[in-house]
Ligand binder design. Structure first.
Ligand code: E4P
Length: 219
């Protein structure tokens, strides 16, 4: 199994750049990210789904299972790779079960406990999204939840994949990788931070200087 990176954004240019670097296996969006993108919901999802081959999670605001299923039917027409984000509620899990029976992929969102993750897997979710940053915000250790979920899922044959969400910094990604999470959904600014180390920059600079010096002495 490979750890996959999704981009947690609705900014098409950010997605294009990550795709070009081979670091975007999918995309997650939510109503806040769509608002930030400042474009019509359908238009932006259609654009994203053309840029990325992998799954694109789309989130609505319906509260009943019936309305969630209606929303899912509409969102599914926006792109072949659309995944329906469903909130972790009883109505949500009813919708997940029904959608999964129809072969529609789901991503259970707003998950903050291992028991919720267990319910999502039992409902047949394709993905489950525990939010690590928002747990840190209330003085818990968000990534402990990822280890718990991976341990629990490892005891069974659930096919549900864990998307670590609400990532705020590189250590969230490393801790998720240590726990064996299937996917991290990462804001572009955090993805950028993964690349850099001052010793790499200094090393490149020094090797270049020494190459030039050597070339000049050889002339
Ligand atoms: C992704 O699925 C989530 O919607 C997102 O990671 C939430 O991140 P936030 O807690 O930074 O809003």
């Amino acid at each position: 199994m490979n750890m996959k990176f999704f981009l947690d954004t609705a900014d098409v240019e950010e997605i294009r750049r990550a795709v070009a670097l081979g670091m975007c296996d999918g995309v997650t969006t939510n109503p806040s990210l769509i608002m930030k993108a400042g474009k019509d919901h359908k238009t932006v999802i259609q654009e994203i789904s053309k840029v990325v081959d992998g799954p694109v999670s789309v989130e609505g605001i319906a509260e009943t299972a019936e309305d969630m299923i209606k929303e899912a039917e509409e969102f599914s027409t926006w792109g072949p790779n659309v995944v329906i984000k469903i909130p972790m509620t009883k109505e949500g899990m009813k919708a997940v079960r029904a959608l999964s029976q129809k072969g529609v992929k789901t991503n259970v969102t707003l998950v903050f406990s291992a028991s919720q993750a267990l319910l999502a897997a039992k409902a047949g979710a394709t993905y489950v999204s525990p939010f690590v940053g928002r747990l840190d915000d209330i003085s818990e250790t968000g990534t402990d939840l990822i280890s718990d979920i991976m341990d629990i899922y490892g005891n069974y044959d659930f096919s549900t994949e864990v998307i670590v969400a609400s990532i705020r910094h590189p250590v969230h990604i490393l801790e998720s990788a240590r726990a064996g999470a299937h996917i991290a959904t990462v804001p572009a600014a955090v993805l950028e931070k993964l690349w850099h180390h001052p010793l790499t920059d200094n090393g490149i600079k020094t090797f270049k200087e020494h190459h030039e010096k050597h070339k000049n002495t050889m002339q």
